[in-house]
Design a protein around this ligand. Sequence first.
Ligand code: APR
Length: 179
Amino acid sequence: MQFALDDTTLELHQGDITRLTVDAIVNAANSGLRGGGGVDGAIHRAGGPAIMAECRRIGGCPTGQAVVTGGGDLPARYVIHTVGPIWQGGGRGEPELLRSAYAASLLRAEELDVTSIAFPSISTGVYGYPIALACGIAVGTVIEHVQRGTALQHIIFCLFSAGDYAVYEKHLSNVARNP
Ligand code: APR
C-alpha cells in the first residue's frame, strides 16, 4: 500500500528490512548499541561486523535519540540506530520517547542527505509497546515531519508480520480518507 503526501510517498511493506534497497534503514537498538534479537539481530547478521565495530566506537545512544553507522554488507548505505522505550504501561513517558525515536531518526536522515528510508516497528517486539498505539505514533510523527518539508521522497514502514501490516494498513487507510 502507498500513500502520497506532498512530494513524498509513504509505503507499507511486509518483510525483512535488511533486504530493502533504500538509502537508510532504521534499527530498533538498545541504549548500549550491543546488538540483540529481533530486527537488531537481523541487521547485524546481514550487515556483518563493520556495523558492530562502529557501534562500539560510538558507545551508546540514549532512549529517544538516534545515531548513524554505515550499512556494512547491507543494500542500504546507512543504518540509523534508534532506541525506543520499553513499554511499562504507558505512564512513564513512553509515547513521547517513541515519538522522539522516530523524529530523531528522521533528523539524522535529513543530515545524511538521503532520499529513501525504511523503519521497522520500533519498540513493539521485545520492548512490548502495543502495536496499535505504536502505529499511531509512528505514522503521525512521520506525517508531521513530511508536512514541515523534507528531502525524503520515499518512506517505508517495514512490518515483519501480517498482523502488524494489517494494523498499519487500517490506520493509513483512515488517515488517507480523513487527512
Ligand atoms: N525486519 C523488519 N522487522 C523485523 C525484523 C526484520 N528482519 N525482525 C524483527 N522485526 C520486527 C519485530 O517483529 C517487531 O515488530 O521488529 C519489530 C521490533 O521488535 P524488536 O526487534 O524486538 O525491537 P524492540 O521492541 O524495539 O526491542 C528492542 O530488542 O533485540 C533487542 O537489541 C534490541 O534490546 C533491543 C530490543
